[in-house]
Design a protein around this ligand. Sequence first.
Ligand SMILES: C[S@@+](CC[C@H](N)C(=O)[O-])C[C@H]1O[C@@H](n2cnc3c(N)ncnc32)[C@H](O)[C@@H]1O
Length: 267
Amino acid sequence: MKKDSIQKQWDKAAEAWADFVRTGRDYSRFEMNNPAMFKLLGDIRGKKILDLACGEGYNSRIMASKGAKVTGVDFSKGLIGFAIEQEKKDKLGIDYFISDASDLSGFKNDSFDIVTCFMALQDIKDYKAAIKEICRVMKKKGRFVFVIPHPCFEGRIINGKRINGWVFKKGTKTKSNQNALYYKIDKYFVRNRYMIDWNMKRLTINFKTTSFHRTLTDYADALYGAGLAITRILEPKPTRRGLVKYPFHFERNLRVPDSIVIEAVKC
Ligand SMILES: C[S@@+](CC[C@H](N)C(=O)[O-])C[C@H]1O[C@@H](n2cnc3c(N)ncnc32)[C@H](O)[C@@H]1O
């Protein structure tokens, strides 16, 4: 399989990503997105779950510890390498495979009760093909549960310029929560591919990856077109613990959501 540039970026970022997640620096996962996704997933004991674009397997391990039979898939050899290394230590019974999300031909029709995709569908180039494949490998009434940056409020970049973002009081030096006036949104209907520079101070290694802006309608149409009906939506808010521990990071998420969790069921 010829590697595309996005795959190369994730291979290059594999060590940095594993470090980011495993050292507890991915605050949004721990204090906002995972609590919401696991609330929506409910009891997963005994369920056959495909964790699509599983990265180094952090959430695959949580689901396996909760009693699910988990298969993790990602197109990055580097990330799957980290996942397998960890599985050798934990022995949670997780199977990992390298595959593009848009071609799951290694899996039979109607194989899984649930497919999860945590913060990755926005990075998957051919998301329509991936959603079709997800539907195919899921059993009837199977659930596809995914988390993506909220398409309405995504902090994205067009021609090198940040389009959406907080507007602060004029003349204030600090970008504090108190100085945040409102959240500005523009060009929502302009779909684009853009680069994310993971250069936050809390990261020990910086890296760059690619994301795609699509509208909510684009995702809803792709789900509907594949034979999946949206059943539930959650717009995560930070946990109390998150607010106390990282107020700067989270207080504004009580005003505007960063992400959205969607459940769609195979009809
Ligand atoms: C932001 S990371 C999230 C990883 C993981 N879900 C987690 O919880 O840490 C996005 C992931 O999507 C994967 N990815 C992007 N495009 C993909 C594709 N076309 N097929 C399979 N995996 C893909 C990347 O390799 C990366 O692991």
